[in-house]
Design a protein around this ligand. Structure first.
Ligand code: AMP
Length: 197
């Protein structure tokens, strides 16, 4: 199994759920930059300059790249040093980030271990899922209509296309159908990963 599994998908695509299942199955580390940022938000003793950068998260915008790299690379290194792989969940949200991560993986000697899996979902399906999430009640601070709208504008399919194209060009991209039920998506992910061993 490849050591660096990058899950790509718009908000609501089920990346987080799939990432957790993969980590449980393979003993991989779960790298969710959203979780790392929320942990920083709750850590009053953290660097104030870093915490200041979280204002963008609250507005549904992307957080500064340097903070993402600082948090994610440290976490990834920790798992690689232990000999385990990682699943990146929402950790790459622009082509610039994809390039920076690839450089980091090169430095760590794991560039050939990278596989990106896109959990594909249409814009219509994204909205349908977002609406049911709102009806179900906000579970997170950034689950409100205006912030969600901003997240989809900035982190939806328009933003995802060039990132997927980057991995496709590098022959590292697999795509699965995100409209299927969770277990079926999981099976499809397993299949594409097994095919790339
Ligand atoms: P998530 O929990 O993955 O939906 O992330 C929550 C929020 O954290 C996003 O809406 C962004 O504001 C921020 N965020 C998470 N990952 C990244 C990233 N790789 N680059 C920039 N911002 C991020």
């Amino acid at each position: 199994m490849k050591k660096i599994i990058i899950l790509l998908g718009v908000p609501g695509s089920g990346k987080g759920t799939q990432a957790k299942q993969l980590c449980d199955r393979y003993g991989y580390g779960h790298i969710s930059t959203g979780d790392l940022l929320r942990a920083l938000e709750n850590d009053a003793s953290a660097d104030p300059a870093d915490r200041q950068k979280l204002v963008d998260m609250k507005a549904g915008k992307l957080v500064a790249d340097d903070l993402i790299y600082k948090l994610a690379f440290r976490e990834i290194k920790k798992h690689l040093e232990r000999g385990s792989g990682v699943v990146l969940d929402g950790a790459i949200r622009s082509v610039a980030q994809a390039e920076a991560y690839q450089e980091f993986f090169m430095d760590e000697g794991v560039a050939d271990e990278v596989v990106a899996v896109e959990i594909a979902l249409s814009d219509e399906e994204i909205w349908r899922r977002m609406e049911s999430r709102l009806v179900a009640g906000a579970g997170r601070a950034d689950d409100n209509p205006s912030v969600m709208k901003q997240r989809i504008t900035e982190q939806g399919n328009t933003a995802l296309r060039p990132i997927a194209a980057y991995y496709s060009h590098a022959k590292k991209l697999e795509t699965v159908d995100g409209t299927q039920p969770i277990p079926a998506v999981a099976r499809q992910i397993e299949d594409v990963l097994n095919a790339r061993r």
